[in-house]
Design a protein around this ligand. Structure first.
Ligand SMILES: [Zn+2]
Length: 128
């Protein structure tokens, strides 16, 4: 992912604290170039959900830019960057990377996973 996206994602997660933040990342060839802040309709410190109409709108805007969905991020304000059972149960985009920003320690940390078939597989990522 680009460094700009990385910084913007961390900023969003810090701003939303203590609520979980969530959003989408789009780009080409698996590299996240654009960040789309999404509303957490759960407004919860331990869960997130996105509005399906907002998702559809953003997916259209991505297509207009010639980009596609490459990642879905959310924050864990007080927990480590590991998918919760709910994160795994409600992961509907097996082709996307699931990114979890943990704010439980002073330095934000990031977990990156592919989630499919009810399991989470760690993914490598790099900053460009
Ligand atoms: Zn989570």
């Amino acid at each position: 992912m680009s460094r700009t996206v990385w910084h913007e994602m961390i900023r969003h997660c810090v701003e939303e604290r203590p609520t979980e933040a969530c959003g989408l990342l789009s780009g080409r060839s698996g590299c996240a170039e654009t960040i789309w802040r999404m509303e957490n309709v759960e407004k919860s410190p331990v869960a997130f959900a996105m509005d399906s109409r907002q998702i559809q709108k953003v997916l259209q805007k991505m297509a207009l830019k010639g980009e596609s969905l490459v990642g879905i991020y959310h924050s864990h304000p007080t927990a480590p960057p590991v998918p919760s059972p709910e994160d795994i149960a409600y992961a509907y985009y097996p082709e996307a990377a699931y990114l979890i920003v943990s704010l439980s320690s002073p330095q934000p940390s990031l977990g990156c996973y592919r989630i499919c078939g009810g399991r989470a597989f760690p993914l490598r990522f790099e900053l460009r």
